[in-house]
Design a protein. Sequence first.
Length: 208
Amino acid sequence: MSVVVQRIGASVPLVALNANEPMLPASTMKLVTTYSGLSILGPDYRWKTTAYADSQPDAQGVLHGNLYIQGTGDPKLVPEELIDLVDQIRKNGITGIDDALVLDKHYFDASKRDLPAFDSDDSAPYNVGPDPLLYAFKSLSFTLTPNSDGQVSIDVLPQLAQLQIDNELRVTRGACTGSLQAASPSVAQTQGGFVQASFIGDYPLRCG
């Protein structure tokens, strides 16, 4: 590792360990993007995800027209935030839509959204491209819960209509190791546009 501790304005550091050795920057690169964001956007900038409608809902709360969701690149558009947006839409009188839900992504130019990955690891979080409606970090979170009946419950967030879960996990009494193969699903495309995540193997009860 490389460590440098230096007081602002001082000419020499208090601590310098491998200070001139080349290192992988890893998450320290976030300092560069954070500084850029503060400089360009300012400390009070807030991303907005906005809903628009073609018309007013009828007396039953049904919107006869499209509902548009426009994103501006909020990196923290997580399920909790989307629930809050839906609640605000309902508070404005819309309880149903008889036309289309339109996702508006024009805020970013399309050429900026699908940039080449840094490496061949397509599943790495750092390879997710910028997106005006980047929901839940473009990732799925699986929670495995062993039950006393020998089964393992699998919950996924966010829930997707096109996702199928193949649960072939078995609860065992072995030790919980650091690398658990059963907790890493294999993902494959299936017919009809579905994606299947398969969990197979032994899941120690001690893993919780």
